[in-house]
Write a protein that binds this ligand. Structure first.
Ligand SMILES: *Cc1c(COP(=O)(O)O)cnc(C)c1O
Length: 355
């Protein structure tokens, strides 16, 4: 049976990515060797990393003066690397969920942290607005898409200081004005590649402004100076990322992808809003994520939630169980998820409701 993969991460990858990654495990770039068993400094692999960095710049329209790095450690290591490299005295953070909170906790190890807004009291079901970012902040950190809670900041905010963003779960889902950011980072396993590589887009002249000593591996400059090959990079996930980037280019780039995403998400939100059995956990349409759509059953049907997951699995639908801190359901509609999978989920919801 065809599977409809709604997992939140690691998550669905394009068929193009999977097919080409599998082929390179057999025979990479005509070398007669697997990509798993050759030097990362071979000319064939250097070409992969160069092309992946170039496609990042092209697809996101990254201005001059920025570098694209492929590191280990996940987005979680960036929670520490960002303040290590950028926080001199004070930084501002927006508290929009679990991941934002983890970033705040690390930043506090390095200096003063001003949490300018938080939706914690409402279980993070909206994006705080009307906050003020102190102009003497070294940077303002946001989590653009809150994977667990299904909220998203759809535009690049206007503040008076450079921003830093965790874009783990919405990178390449919409156009971004990179010039507003000192750093954009994320784990690849939501919208790009298998787990194991972290992308970091870093503005070079934002670096070198802190007084502390920075350990070699945690210093962005180390990786910039060595063209993101200071040590052995995660070779296979980078190869897969390149395949996904090529596929994104073929689809017409991030503007075209954004249109498809908006359409897919709107369809599912409409089905939820028009249902007598389900309702969304994020009520302000402006704050609703187009990548992770969270919903629950109305109180009178609450005990049927597990039954729906079982019913959906008979239709090939996997990965819709909500995160334990929200409950209910979460349908992740990442770039690689076809619209037909959304249609199957909507049909399953209707059929279950009618039973
Ligand atoms: C998944 C996720 C993370 C954690 O990423 P790791 O690569 O596992 O460290 C951080 N932030 C957001 C927004 C995420 O969705």
């Amino acid at each position: 049976m065809k599977k409809h993969n709604f997992y939140a991460g690691p998550s669905i990858l394009s068929e193009y990515t999977l097919k080409n990654t599998a082929a390179a495990i057999e025979n990479f770039a005509g070398t007669g060797l697997s990509i798993l068993e050759i030097s990362h400094r071979s000319k064939e692999f250097v070409a992969v990393i160069d092309e992946a960095r170039a496609l990042f710049k092209e697809l996101l329209d990254i201005p001059d003066g920025y570098q694209v790095l492929f590191l280990g450690g996940g987005a979680s290591l960036q929670f520490c690397m960002v303040p290590y490299n950028l926080l001199n005295k004070k930084a501002s953070y927006l508290d929009t969920g679990t991941w934002a909170n983890k970033a705040i906790k690390e930043a506090k190890l390095f200096g003063e942290v001003d949490v300018v807004g938080s939706s914690k009291a409402d279980n993070y079901n909206y994006i705080p607005k009307g906050y003020t970012v102190a102009p003497d902040s070294d940077y303002f950190h946001i989590t653009t898409n809150n994977t667990i809670y299904g909220t998203e900041i759809h535009n690049d905010p206007d503040v008076d200081v450079p921003m830093v963003a965790d874009m783990s779960s919405d990178i390449f889902s919409r156009p971004v004005d990179v010039s507003k950011y000192s750093i954009i980072y994320g784990g690849a396993q939501k919208n790009l590649a298998p787990a194991g590589v972290t992308f970091v887009i870093v503005k070079e002249d934002a670096l070198g402004k802190v007084d502390r000593a920075i350990p070699t591996m945690l210093n962005y400059k180390t990786h910039i100076d060595k063209d993101t090959m200071f040590n052995t990079p995660p070779v296979l996930p980078i190869y897969s990322a390149l395949q996904t980037l090529k596929w994104y280019k073929e689809l017409g780039g991030v503007e075209a992808i954004n249109k498809i995403n908006l359409h897919k998400a709107q369809k599912l939100y409409d089905a939820i809003d028009n249902s007598k059995m389900f309702h969304g956990t994020v009520t302000n349409p402006e704050d609703r994520s187009i990548m992770n759509i969270t919903f629950v059953m109305n109180d009178e049907y609450k005990e049927l939630e597990k039954d729906f997951i079982d019913f959906a699995s008979t239709k090939g639908i996997v990965g819709i169980k909500g995160h334990r801190s929200v409950g209910g359901f979460r349908a992740s509609t990442y770039n690689a998820l076809p619209e037909s999978s959304v249609d199957v989920l909507i049909a399953a919801m209707k059929e279950f409701e009618n039973k």
